[in-house]
Design a binder for this molecule. Structure first.
Ligand SMILES: C[S@@+](CC[C@H](N)C(=O)[O-])C[C@H]1O[C@@H](n2cnc3c(N)ncnc32)[C@H](O)[C@@H]1O
Length: 429
């Protein structure tokens, strides 16, 4: 199905009709949990809006996936490409940034499951979309402590030149960016204070073969989604067009004829939705990951907010910790869509015959991994003025009404281990 989609290419011959904007108020908003910060709204990213407008006028409406890809990762003006967007001063805050307990427990989980597999050495620690590099730094701390003499290297899959430098500064002692024409599968190298080598790759395909512990935290929610709608019994795609002059820059329209993706899209068994979001790119990358784990051995842990194939409109934007209209001022706000864990699980099982555990809720996972005990330990050693922050950080990660229920964990293991893992259950799941 994927190959077919790529072969069809991107010839634009759609006709379309205007559709209503998705009801943003009805979507869950995990990234909006933080209070709105008072800073001035940054200037609109006019160049990106102009580029998108010119492209649509020249070739016709674009898919939501293409819009999302351009807005987030356009090499010049993409949202992630040239600035720090995280934390209180940015647009959203993520779990590893909230409390060190998060990364430490993920690290302990990895070591526990890796040891159960016989502590294969050497191995790769791979992270997809590492942001500021905080999760990688906290996991590295744990691995360095418990690796029992095994050799490992770090492999960050990161598209943003700006963030790749921020990551290296977070956990490397030295690092350097390679010349554009280096013709190597990595574009930046570094060495940590304990001598572990770190490599930065633009794509998962470029990570060298080998037993891998793969982490993805809030990565898949940043991958492009297509919005599809059943119209007279046929799947049609919601596209983005320029708006009439009296309205803001862009608007949604429904393609009347089929697009490459609506043509090849095959709903999963039991699909009842008439409107849905489908991430072809997630399916492609999970397929690659699953085949890699089947081929070389390894473990995958996907952590994100999402659903199990039942939500409809979750495409949204965040700016300064509040929901934002995704078609306004493209490039100035984060774009995201809930991850479809049903699609991920199905793809991992079908493409790599993997054994998947979960998805389970973040709060449950952290508490089963003895998060409260780690919290007490941290509090026992904390300065009194830091106690409230440490406690509220852990609560933010685990409370049902905060991030505890919305965020989910899905683990992947080689299928051949299924019966072994039944005898020795996976920690936290
Ligand atoms: C929402 S942030 C999550 C950051 C981090 N994992 C965290 O939780 O703090 C998404 C990350 O994925 C990266 N990213 C987005 N699209 C990507 C792509 N197509 N390929 C590689 N990295 C990508 C971004 O630059 C950023 O580092």
């Amino acid at each position: 199905m994927l190959r077919e989609a790529f072969r069809i290419g991107s010839r634009r011959c759609f006709s379309y009709k205007s559709v209503r904007r998705p009801n943003l108020g009805a979507t869950s908003a995990p990234k909006a949990q933080q209070e709105k910060t008072p800073e001035a709204v940054p200037a609109a990213n006019g160049s990106l809006a102009k580029q998108l407008r010119a492209k649509i006028l020249a070739t016709g409406p674009i898919t939501v996936a293409e819009y999302m890809r351009e807005v987030l990762t356009n090499p010049q003006a993409g949202y992630y490409m040239n600035r720090d967007v995280f934390g209180r001063e940015g647009d959203f805050i993520t779990s590893p940034e909230i409390s060190q307990i998060f990364g430490e427990l993920v690290g302990i989980w990895l070591v526990t499951e890796w040891r159960k597999m016989g502590s294969p050495s050497p191995f790769h620690l791979v992270e997809l979309g590492p942001g500021r590099g905080t999760l990688a730094r906290d996991v590295l701390k744990i691995l360095t402590k418990f690796k029992l003499g095994a050799e490992f290297s770090m492999h960050m899959v990161e598209i943003s030149p700006y963030l790749s430098k921020a990551q290296a500064q977070r956990f490397c002692y030295t690092h350097n960016t390679l010349p554009e024409d280096a013709q190597l599968p990595h574009y930046q190298v570094g060495t940590t204070a304990t001598g572990t080598k770190a490599y930065w790759h633009r794509r998962l395909e470029d990570v060298p073969e080998g037993f891998s512990l793969v982490l993805a935290h809030e990565y898949f929610d940043a991958l492009p989604v297509h919005k599809l709608q059943l119209d007279n019994g046929q799947w049609q795609e919601v596209l983005i067009d320029v708006a009439p002059e009296s309205e803001p820059d862009f608007r949604y329209v429904l393609s009347k004829s089929q697009t490459p993706v609506s043509r090849v899209f095959q709903p999963m068994e039991g699909e009842t939705r008439a409107t849905l979001e489908y991430s072809l790119e997630t399916e492609r990358q999970v397929g690659l990951l699953a085949e890699r784990i089947e081929r070389n051995g390894g473990i995958g842990l996907i952590m994100d907010y999402g659903h199990f194939g039942d939500k409809t409109d979750t495409f949204r934007a965040f700016k300064q910790h509040a929901l934002h209209e995704p078609l306004l001022q493209p490039g100035t706000a984060d774009l995201t869509a809930d991850v479809d864990f049903k699609l991920i699980k199905h793809t991992a099982e079908a493409r790599g015959h993997l054994h998947c555990c979960g998805p389970i809720e973040q709060g449950l996972f952290l508490s089963r991994m003895q998060g409260e005990a780690r919290l007490e330990q941290l509090l026992a050693n904390a300065l009194p003025e830091n106690e409230t922050l440490i406690r509220s950080g852990y609560e933010m990660l685990t409370a049902d009404e905060k991030m505890g229920k919305r965020f989910k964990f899905l683990a992947m293991f080689p299928g051949v281990l299924a019966s072994h893992l039944e005898k020795f259950p996976v920690a936290g799941f």
